[in-house]
Design a protein around this ligand. Structure first.
Ligand SMILES: *[C@@H]1O[C@H](CO)[C@@H](O)[C@H](O)[C@H]1NC(C)=O
Ligand SMILES: *[C@@H]1O[C@H](CO)[C@@H](O)[C@H](O)[C@H]1NC(C)=O
Ligand SMILES: *[C@@H]1O[C@H](CO)[C@@H](O)[C@H](O)[C@H]1NC(C)=O
Ligand SMILES: *[C@@H]1O[C@H](CO)[C@@H](O)[C@H](O)[C@H]1NC(C)=O
Ligand SMILES: *[C@@H]1O[C@H](CO)[C@@H](O)[C@H](O)[C@H]1NC(C)=O
Ligand SMILES: *[C@@H]1O[C@H](CO)[C@@H](O)[C@H](O)[C@H]1NC(C)=O
Ligand SMILES: *[C@@H]1O[C@H](CO)[C@@H](O)[C@H](O)[C@H]1NC(C)=O
Ligand SMILES: *[C@@H]1O[C@H](CO)[C@@H](O)[C@H](O)[C@H]1NC(C)=O
Ligand SMILES: *[C@@H]1O[C@H](CO)[C@@H](O)[C@H](O)[C@H]1NC(C)=O
Ligand SMILES: *[C@@H]1O[C@H](CO)[C@@H](O)[C@H](O)[C@H]1NC(C)=O
Ligand SMILES: *[C@@H]1O[C@H](CO)[C@@H](O)[C@H](O)[C@H]1NC(C)=O
Ligand SMILES: *[C@@H]1O[C@H](CO)[C@@H](O)[C@H](O)[C@H]1NC(C)=O
Length: 821
């Protein structure tokens, strides 16, 4: 018998060594894997072996990567924190049935596993899922691997993997980012699942909380906008007293997709391999917006994405420091507006708040079998209890969860959030009793006064001037204090005249809204673009200089850089970086050049313009409304990176003045939102409208002012897009030159987002922060409303509905003032 075993083993060994190069997915206890060989999973998807990461690292690691993806994409690393410096390591299985990664030069163990098994012959196998397992040679039961790499993930969450914990096995599967592209060692960005009363997914930057999914409520994570249904990924969560984990599988098994935590960007993203472009595409990303960031608005604050500012105090609370709050320093959060004593009867009550992401559960308590009424009493009994809610949201909701102390990290989840009952002074709750009626009446008067005030503020805000006052009020001060360390380069008129050959016609690049643009070459060889502003502005020099200075401080990779200005002899010149590939319209609307813009380029350009505009609207310290976004104002550098130009010009040229006869609507026919074209009301949402038009132009390759069907109501691009989309025929809208390169799913999504952006009512349009998110994920989109007012030929519109004009009471704003170019 023993003899037989030996014969079998020996024959196996011979078989093994003679076929060493043949791809195999397995080794046994008598074999080893040296630096010059690899294991390949049965279907050829994954490969296990030694590799050197990035481009500059001298180190070698044992890891698993996709065999057929040309960009080496490592999904698992064994010895990530213990690099090997040479090529003389080998992986083998020791007699105890554990992996041993041994360096043969100095005979040290680089990495090993630590499991117990009773198997007689242990084999290691690389499975088609990318899971490296140790198992009994005869046992194929996946529940019975003595060790598996899926239980010890690196930075990647693959289909079939479980992310979360298993108390029975004592496992906590945490994703830990690589330090960087060259270094797989454990970074300080991690994603794990919390083990408080409510399980949830959490991301950490070091030891500080960075993002929470919100508790799992039985159907979805409290912070996500919808139950995770998706046409690409089948996502599920298992939650019981022993286990909590998320897992997913691909519905279309031919798609290659992975989730990875990336410390360079501090995001957890899903990347999907695109066969056509041979690149990884981001299909969703967390955190998705500012409100996803942990506790952006502090204690008792609520974050509302798309609102400016994003933070508010919950009803019944006020900013702890009004001064800090108005300066968008929200960390300190909010405090009760009215205090009450817990000991006194009937002084406090609960107010229901709907559609919220449940607050941080660090200090919470749950009982799955209590009713909501019992829950309320439980909370009332305890003076430090601040809120209660249902624990399980399935069906009508059940169970009890209560919170103690500050409520942190609350955001609004429109239409999908949960109800939370927050403890307040009784006068501020819905639990009114007769003795409090007076207070209630007063409160309602107060609130209507507040509402009226808010409306006034809103109207005031909608006008340009006060955006500067309200938002820049603080900024301008800031700016003054920084003036010493920011010098705006002032150019000399003589040298600019020389650089542009005295503004000669052959150096003229084009004619913009505020004057002609020339190419210039400075004495040091630097190429610049010079905008010669026409003399229409009534603005003083000092204001002008201030405005230029503000714009020069705006720096973003998708904004054209303002290099300086020149104010001399009645000339106002702006000097910009020179953009070699002119503007987007030059490519988009030209039958030959449009072929140079394939779909991946266009999608990239769309995304980058969105980010540039978002920066202007929200991320920069100023709030700039562009007011004239269009294809010819998107310039392209020598690598076809888009950069928005002419931002801030409306302000620099005094276009914001709305008094008297100087009223001037800037903007371009075809791109202007209705409320701006007719009422002169502009806001970030009128820019969103222009972005929507631009988006539709980029997808269709057609200009918005070209009339398609002259006798049809839908005689412009928006109407055309709407009809095709509504007829279920949106593919027809995509430019024919994109036939080969188009990723249909992305293009259709762009059309859909475009239609959302050009909706009639500004409030219906998403803001740019949402647009950026919508462009990058695959969540369901809301249905756009019929674009009721289509900017058709303005003159016919005017004739056919002159009443509309008078009702808008802009009798002296004529079409010529719409600055059509
Ligand atoms: C790999 O290297 C070992 C020694 O370092 C050598 O014995 C073996 O033949 C090599 N195998 C191949 C396929 O090169
Ligand atoms: C042994 O050699 C390996 C490979 O170069 C190296 O990483 C490791 O630090 C060495 N160990 C000792 C104890 O010298
Ligand atoms: C180790 O092997 C890799 C790939 O075979 C090779 O590129 C590298 O130069 C080798 N390093 C050393 C120190 O031999
Ligand atoms: C391996 O596990 C055993 C018990 O499970 C423990 O006592 C031992 O210290 C572990 N060894 C290593 C190297 O982690
Ligand atoms: C699991 O594997 C062990 C040996 O490693 C074996 O004794 C046991 O019967 C297996 N259990 C199941 C359920 O397959
Ligand atoms: C993180 O993402 C950036 C940008 O996509 C990429 O350059 C970098 O290589 C990624 N980091 C890792 C560790 O993959
Ligand atoms: C998750 O990671 C954080 C930060 O490293 C740590 O403080 C926390 O204890 C971990 N939670 C669990 C359940 O492992
Ligand atoms: C999704 O996964 C679950 C198990 O996790 C499975 O029961 C279900 O059939 C899967 N659905 C699809 C559409 O693949
Ligand atoms: C979240 O906060 C970090 C700083 O902690 C910041 O760098 C990041 O930009 C924020 N994310 C968003 C989407 O604003
Ligand atoms: C705070 O309470 C006062 C009355 O005490 C009331 O006038 C005010 O409107 C409240 N503010 C908020 C933000 O609720
Ligand atoms: C306002 O913010 C600053 C800086 O974050 C902080 O030091 C200060 O304590 C805050 N003021 C109040 C009243 O919370
Ligand atoms: C949970 O609530 C039920 C019903 O009120 C009660 O019987 C049970 O004791 C509670 N459990 C705990 C741990 O408080």
């Amino acid at each position: 018998m023993a003899f037989l075993v030996i014969v079998i083993l020996v024959s196996k060994l011979i078989f093994f060594s003679s076929n060493f190069l043949a791809a195999t997915d397995m080794i046994n206890q008598f074999q080893s894997l040296e630096d010059n060989t690899t294991l390949v999973s049965n279907d050829g998807t994954f490969e296990l072996g030694f590799f050197t990461p990035g481009s500059t690292s001298p180190n070698r690691y044992l890891g698993i990567w996709y065999k057929n993806i040309p960009i080496r994409t490592v999904v698992w690393v064994a010895n990530r924190d213990n690099p090997i410096k040479d090529n003389s390591s080998k992986l083998s299985i020791n007699t105890a049935g554990n992996f041993i990664l041994l360096n043969q030069n100095n005979n040290t163990v680089i990495w090993s596993t630590n499991t117990t098994t009773k198997a007689s012959l242990v084999v290691a196998q690389l499975l088609d899922s990318g899971n490296l397992v140790l198992r009994d040679e005869k046992d194929n039961n996946p529940e019975n691997y003595s060790w598996q790499s899926f239980d010890y993930p690196s930075d990647t969450f693959l289909p079939g993997m479980k992310a979360g914990w298993d108390l029975k096995k004592g496992l906590n599967r945490v994703l830990t980012a690589w330090k960087n592209w060259d270094d797989p060692s454990s970074g300080d960005f991690t994603a794990n699942s919390s083990r408080t009363n409510f399980p949830e997914e959490v991301m950490w930057k070091g030891t500080s909380e960075y993002y929470r999914s919100g508790p799992w409520d039985g159907r979805k994570f409290s912070g996500s906008p919808s139950v995770p249904t998706n046409s690409i990924v089948n996502y599920s969560v298992v939650s019981n007293k022993d286990e909590f984990y998320a897992t997913y599988s691909m519905i279309d098994k031919s798609l290659i997709s992975r989730v990875v935590v990336n410390q360079t960007l501090y995001v957890r993203q899903r990347l999907t391999w695109n066969e056509d472009s041979q690149t990884w595409r981001v299909s969703s990303e967390l955190p998705g917006d500012l409100c996803d960031n942990y506790s952006t608005c502090g204690a008792f604050g609520i974050c509302v994405a798309g609102q400016a500012p994003v933070c508010n105090c919950l009803d019944g609370f006020k900013p702890k420091s009004t001064r800090n709050w108005t300066q968008m320093n929200w960390n300190q959060g909010c405090v009760h507006n009215q205090t009450w004593s817990c000991m006194e009867k009937n002084k406090d009550g609960f107010k229901k708040f709907s559609n919220l992401k449940a607050p941080d559960t660090e200090r919470s308590w749950v009982n799955a079998s209590m009713t909501l009424d019992e829950c309320k009493n439980k909370c009332r009994e305890n003076c430090s209890c601040t809120a209660y809610a249902n624990f399980d949201m399935r069906g009508e909701g059940s169970g009890c969860a209560i919170w103690f102390g500050d409520l942190l990290d609350i955001r609004l989840i429109p239409n999908a959030g949960q109800d939370l009952y927050i403890r307040l002074a009784v006068s501020e709750t819905d639990e009114k009793d007769d003795s409090k009626k007076k207070v209630v009446v007063i409160a309602s008067i107060v609130s209507s006064v507040v509402a009226t005030l808010l409306i006034f503020i809103f109207i005031y805000w909608s006008n340009a001037k006060n955006i500067k006052e309200i938002i820049l009020g603080i900024e301008v001060k800031n700016n003054e204090s920084q003036q010493e360390d920011f010098e705006l380069p002032l150019f000399d008129l003589v040298s600019i005249a020389q650089a542009t050959d005295h503004f000669s016609d052959h150096n003229k690049l084009g004619e913009g809204g505020f004057g002609p643009v020339y190419k210039g070459t400075l004495p040091d060889g630097l190429e610049v673009a010079v905008k010669r502003l026409s003399q229409t502005s009534g603005q003083g020099l000092k204001e002008f200089k201030n405005e230029v200075m503000l714009c020069a401080k705006l720096q973003h990779r998708n904004l054209v850089k303002v290099l300086g200005c020149c104010i001399q002899e009645n000339e106002k010149l702006l000097i910009y970086e020179y953009m070699a590939n002119k503007s987007l319209d030059v490519f988009l609307f030209d039958s030959d050049r449009s072929k140079l813009l394939d779909w991946p380029k266009r999608f990239y350009i769309i995304n980058r313009i969105a980010r540039g505009l978002l920066y202007l609207h929200q991320d920069s310290r100023l709030r700039i409304i562009h007011r004239d976004l269009k294809a010819s104002n998107v310039l392209l550098d020598n690598e076809m990176n888009p950069k928005i130009s002419d931002f801030g010009l409306a302000r620099m040229c005094g276009g914001d003045q709305i008094e008297g006869k100087t009223r001037r609507v800037v903007g371009t026919y075809g791109y202007m939102a209705p409320e701006y074209a007719f009422d002169g009301l502009f806001s970030i949402k009128s820019d969103v409208f222009s972005f929507g038009v631009l988006l539709l132009e980029i997808v269709s390759g057609k200009k918005n002012n070209r009339l398609f069907y002259p006798n049809d109501y839908n005689n412009n691009l928006i109407g055309h897009a709407w009809s095709l989309w509504n007829e279920g025929n949106p593919m027809e809208f995509i430019a024919t030159s994109l036939e080969d390169s188009c990723i249909l799913y992305e293009a259709l999504r762009c059309i859909h987002i475009g239609l959302l952006c050009v909706q009639h009512h500004p409030n219906d349009r998403p803001n740019m922060a949402s647009v950026v998110v919508l462009l990058s994920n695959e969540n369901a989109l809301p249905l756009p409303k019929y674009p009721r007012y289509l900017i058709t030929d303005i003159s016919t519109e005017r004739e056919s509905s002159s009443e509309k004009f008078t009702s808008y009471s802009i009798n002296d704003v004529t079409i010529s003032m719409l600055s059509d170019r």
